[in-house]
Design a protein around this ligand. Structure first.
Ligand SMILES: Cc1ncc(COP(=O)(O)O)c(C=O)c1O
Length: 407
């Protein structure tokens, strides 16, 4: 395929670049979304399987007039939809370079410089958080996959034979708050722990996990002969950005021998902003951490990260060898295989965009952007508090609703 299309490379890339530059130029004037229906989109997009090729300009036309036009523009300055990264021009360029190189990061020997860059960005991510430098980690597709990988490591730490023999014996239990992301319950379901064995710990008025309630639930499970396995603390809940009391939760986890996971998918990069740093004081207590560079690090979708304080539990959960993956006669670092620490074999060069962004912008500039985002949230809070028909949080909302219905 490469040989067939080589003579067209420059024309293709220049046309695509024009489309992309035009998109960035027109983005501020676009509506955040143009309403559409599945039926209206299918009407213009659905065609029979193409037997013959189509000119690139025609394809770009479809992208411009249909795909770009009807997309949800999460890079728009007024996109407040979800916890989404807006992406950046530098990572747009990076994505093209990544696709051209098409590195497959199964292991060091498949992609030597790319693997080294992944190790480097993992080192930088640990440094940003203040997480122990002896920890290890890898990039995954997102926060859900990072939570799954961390829970698999936690399961192996307590039941080393589980990956091979499956689960047997008294049920393992997992503790999350009522505000935790649903991917943790999903992970328990996938790993055979069972969603019914995920305990939902209640929260305080700021929607933070209540440590006393966590301890009570652990004791109830112990008394019933179950095996408390893991507690997941939030560093930025998906609903409100609440940060659980990690220090108090860590003490309970240590007391009862639980694996402490911190889901910092959303909040993790607040560590780069001065006002976010205090939330990271106890992060080194965590046995594993989830981060999502594709949220608050402005990297495009498809880039999460899991960090393991002691990677041997992850190794016992994930390590596998097939004849064709055997590494022979290589030095330790060169024999390194990412598949031994996470669920994927073929893996894209996710580190490229992270490395590009961090080198190009620097953590100072990114930290300033994050601080400015926090400033926007504080300003919004002020507007909400000053308004008559908005209330600030769930509990206040309930009170306000009660008050209204009582009037
Ligand atoms: C706290 C938290 N954890 C996990 C996730 C799941 O991340 P992803 O969408 O990257 O799978 C999210 C997503 O919003 C989140 O906010």
């Amino acid at each position: 395929m490469t040989a067939i299309f080589m003579h067209e490379t420059q024309a293709l890339i220049e046309s695509a670049a024009r489309l992309v530059v035009d998109y960035y130029k027109t983005l501020p004037q676009r509506p955040v979304l143009v309403p559409s229906t599945s039926e209206s989109l299918r009407e213009v997009l659905c065609e029979p399987l193409p037997v013959d090729g189509t000119g690139f300009e025609t394809l770009l036309g479809t992208l411009r007039d249909v795909v770009f036009r009807f997309s949800r523009h999460n890079g728009h300055q007024r996109f407040f939809g979800y916890v989404a990264s807006p992406g950046t021009p530098i990572t747009t360029a990076g994505s093209m370079i990544e696709a051209a190189l098409n590195a497959n990061l199964t292991s060091w020997r498949s992609a030597p410089p790319a693997a080294e860059l992944e190790h480097l960005v993992i080192t930088w991510l640990k440094e940003m958080l203040g997480y122990p430098s002896s920890a290890e980690g890898l990039l995954v597709s997102g926060g859900s996959m990072a939570n799954l990988a961390a829970m698999a490591a936690a399961r192996s730490a307590i039941r080393p034979e589980a990956a091979r023999n499956g689960l047997s014996g008294p049920p393992l239990t997992v503790y999350v708050s009522s505000e935790s992301h649903f991917s943790l319950r999903k992970a328990a379901a996938i790993l055979g722990i069972g969603e019914a064995n995920v305990r939902i710990v209640s929260t305080d008025a700021q929607l933070r996990m209540d440590p006393a309630e966590l301890e009570r639930l652990i004791r109830v499970d112990l008394a019933a002969g179950r095996v408390p396995m893991c507690v997941s603390a939030n560093l930025g809940t998906v609903g409100t950005g609440a940060v659980d009391p990690i220090d108090a939760i860590a003490k309970i986890a240590h007391r009862y021998g639980l694996w402490l996971h911190v889901d910092a998918a959303y909040g993790g990069f607040a560590a780069l902003a001065p006002s976010g740093q205090p939330y990271f004081e106890a992060i080194s207590e965590a046995d594993s951490v989830t981060l999502d560079p594709h949220k608050w690090l402005y990297v495009p979708v498809g880039c999460g990260c899991v960090l393991y304080k002691n990677p041997s539990a992850a190794y016992s959960a994930f390590s596998h060898n097939a004849e064709y993956t055997r590494t022979i006669g290589l030095e330790r670092n060169e024999a390194f295989a990412f598949w031994n620490y996470g669920p994927e074999l073929s893996r894209p060069f996710r580190a490229l965009n992270l490395w590009l962004l961090l080198k190009y912008a620097g953590t100072k500039r990114i930290g300033d952007a994050i601080e400015s985002n926090i400033g926007c949230a504080k300003y919004f809070e002020k507007l909400v508090c000053a308004s008559e028909d908005w209330v600030r949080d769930k509990n206040v909302a309930h009170h306000a609703a009660d008050e209204r219905s009582a009037q």
